[in-house]
Design a protein around this ligand. Structure first.
Ligand SMILES: Cc1ncc(C[n+]2csc(CCOP(=O)(O)OP(=O)(O)O)c2C)c(N)n1
Length: 655
């Protein structure tokens, strides 16, 4: 049965003349034991909520997963798909992509992401079990990870978090083949992976990854451990290939027709390419049906749940929000637009979370050790502990990258909506995971506070300048920068409603006045930008600002209007949503015929498309500095006066 995986992998890579045969050939025995004896999945119901999760962290070995899914009988994984490995339109992408083939639980390929994402999946399982009971939520998370996965820094964050939380239903099978691309692992690694995991609170063992009895015993032991488990499986990369096995030459290139013929002989496999002997295929298909009964029994238990609990779990798994949310946000907006508090938007976010978390039990908050700064913990929100997963707040520790990947895992698992915080400048520490949130279309909310030089004394290491532009460049990511408490509530609502798009909430450290003092039920941020203040004069200038600089724009308007220069102010909390509006709306908002000046305490990159052809930009040209916020705004000339002056100059240049 394992040789069927090897044959499909080497033949598909040969046909595509691209791909990685060595890893699937080396891990075929591990995967065969795992998938035929342990993994609780039902290919006929690929999204059965209580299935075990399998993560192929070593995504370059994608043919392992595709071969398994074909052999097990996933309907969408036909032999034609295998034959079209890595071709346009096929579901058999170069690396496994979430949303293409069923049975692919997460996108992998950037090494380290899979194992870190799996921590979130295992965590979600524990949290949902605490909320809904073991009889409906009770599954394992299995990972196959490679040397590259464990060499990546993110693996450290992931394993220490999992070890701390005692995620005992997380089992990592490590493809311990001592080979990476450049050659033997000894070129660049001397560490002891087992000791590393043990030090992080894991159970660790080493076995022969080609001995089915040892593999089975090790997985059985891991399932009964009260810690997460690492099983280092000593394997031979490219197993079966007489001239390439055990060598990096089998890692990332087709073996070649001649070597494939020799491998067939070596393995005693004489079937034609893409053809699996019927007895072998039958055995696989029978293995694929193994859990049909378990799935049925689960459905019965699910149906037997009390009506309310069942409806709630169903809603949560579908990712539908409660209708009460919109009402609660509207009531909050009405209240604050009357009270007009002067809050930092991070504080506004906290107040909004008090409203959201009271309505939505599925939100899971957190922070990378900046809870008091990110204001992500709402009133009465209980933190989870290794012994009690009934809370809804996670102390991720100083592990931004691991946190972001774990949030992907929580979102992918379904049933929970993750949000968590750090400083905006440290989105750089999370970026590969944010990119996967966007690529996979996951509802993950990144609460990123201290969003500009406005954070003050911590200085340029902590002051983001290029981050907004670089995040805005990422496809399918909404970057919100609200100006006041009302916009913050609206942006939170939009983040939660975007079921297929992650969001960044860029929030201020410094206090900001309430600018939206007239209540509207309508979510004005939904169109990305809107006219916050019109003019009774003839409109000559449009000031476009985001976040904390909207206040500056409002003050610049006052200066200009004293001089009889009609000035509109546009707040642009989300340029992605604005860019998606119809032409007509965008033109109208940008103020046809007016001179446009944009104000943002960040770099200009990306703003020219709004201020063209003869506008200007008031913002940062380089890194910030260490000083009180007010001094910095003056020093960098991001002030109402400088904004008014920029507008005057643009008008003068016209006439
Ligand atoms: C973050 C990241 N860096 C680099 C790569 C390119 N890459 C793919 S596999 C690999 C290492 C291969 O070694 P190993 O993980 O041991 O896999 P094996 O050779 O055993 O299949 C590298 C560097 C990647 N996919 N992701």
């Amino acid at each position: 049965m394992a040789n069927a995986i090897r044959a499909l992998a080497m033949d598909a890579v040969q046909k595509a003349n691209s791909g990685h045969p060595g890893m699937p050939m080396g891990t075929a025995d591990i995967a065969t034991v795992l998938f035929t004896k342990f993994l609780k999945i039902d290919p006929r119901t690929p999204n059965w909520p209580d299935r075990d999760r399998f993560v192929l962290s070593a995504g370059h070995g994608s043919m392992l997963l595709y071969a398994l899914n074909y052999l097990l009988g996933y309907e969408d994984m036909t032999i034609e798909q295998i034959e079209n490995f890595r071709q346009l339109g096929a579901i058999t992408a170069g690396h496994p992509e979430y949303g293409h083939a069923s049975g692919v639980e997460t996108t992998t390929g950037p090494l380290g992401q899979g194992i870190a994402t799996s921590v979130g999946m295992a965590l979600a399982e524990r949290m949902l079990a605490a909320q809904f009971g073991d009889e409906v939520v009770n599954h394992y998370t299995y990972v196959i990870a490679s040397d590259g996965d464990l060499m990546e820094g993110i693996s450290h964050e992931a394993i220490s978090l999992a070890g701390h939380l005692k995620l005992s239903k997380l089992i990592v099978l490590y493809d311990d083949n001592e080979i990476s691309i450049d050659g033997p692992l000894s070129l660049s690694e001397t560490g002891d992976a087992l000791k590393r995991f043990e030090a992080a609170g894991w159970e660790a063992s080493r076995i022969d990854g080609h001995n089915p009895a040892e593999i089975e015993a090790a997985i059985e032991a891991a399932r009964n451990s009260d810690k997460p488990s690492l099983i280092a499986c000593r394997t031979v990369i490219g197993y079966g290939s007489p001239n390439k096995q055990g060598k990096s030459s089998s890692h990332g290139a087709a073996l070649g027709e001649e070597e494939i013929a020799l491998t067939r002989t070596e393995l005693g496999w004489d079937a034609e390419p893409f053809s699996i002997p019927s007895d072998v295929l039958d055995a696989w298909r029978i293995a694929g049906c193994r859990n049909a009964k378990a799935r049925k029994a689960w459905e019965d238990r699910f149906k037997a749940l009390d009506q309310e609990k069942r409806a709630e779990l169903e809603r949560r798994l579908k990712g539908e929000l409660k209708p009460e949310l919109a009402k609660a946000i509207a009531a909050f907006k009405r209240k604050v637009s009357e009270e007009k508090p002067k809050w930092a938007t991070r504080k506004s976010s906290e107040e909004t979370l008090n409203v959201i978390n009271a309505v939505l039990p599925e939100t899971v908050g957190g922070s990378a050790d900046l809870t008091g700064s990110n204001n992500t913990r709402s009133k009465d929100q209980k933190a989870i502990t290794p012994d009690d997963f009934s809370g809804s707040f996670i102390h991720y520790g100083v592990r931004e990258h691991g946190m972001a990947a774990a949030m992907n895992g929580i979102a992918l698992h379904k049933g929970l909506i993750p949000y968590s915080g750090t400083f905006l400048v440290f989105t750089d520490y999370c970026r590969p995971a944010i990119r996967l949130s966007a690529l996979m279309g996951q509802r993950v909310v990144y609460v990123m506070t201290h969003d500009s030089i406005g954070l003050g004394e911590d200085g340029p290491t902590h002051q983001p300048v290029e981050h907004l532009a670089s995040l805005r460049a990422m496809p399918n990511l909404n970057v919100f920068r609200p100006a006041d408490v009302v916009e913050t509530a609206e942006c939170w609502q939009l983040s939660l409603e975007a079921a297929d798009t992650p969001s960044i909430l860029a929030l201020s450290r410094q206090g900001l006045p309430t600018l939206r003092t007239e209540h509207t039920d309508e979510n004005l941020c939904a169109r990305g930008a809107y006219e916050l203040a019109g003019t009774t004069l003839e409109a000559k200038v449009t000031l476009i600002a985001t976040g904390s600089e909207v206040e500056i724009a409002m003050n610049a308007k006052r200066i200009l209007e004293k001089e009889n220069i009609g000035t509109r102010v546009v707040s642009m909390p989300c340029s992605e949503l604005f860019d998606a509006q119809p032409d007509q709306y965008r033109k109208e908002i940008l103020g046809p015929g007016t001179v446009r000046v944009a104000i943002e305490a960040a770099v200009r990159y990306g703003w020219d498309r709004y201020v063209a052809p003869d506008g200007d930009f008031v913002g940062m040209n380089g890194f910030g500095a260490s000083a009180p916020a007010g001094d910095l705004y003056k020093h960098f000339n991001i002030t109402p006066e400088a904004t008014a002056e920029a507008a005057r100059k643009c008008l003068a240049a016209r006439s």
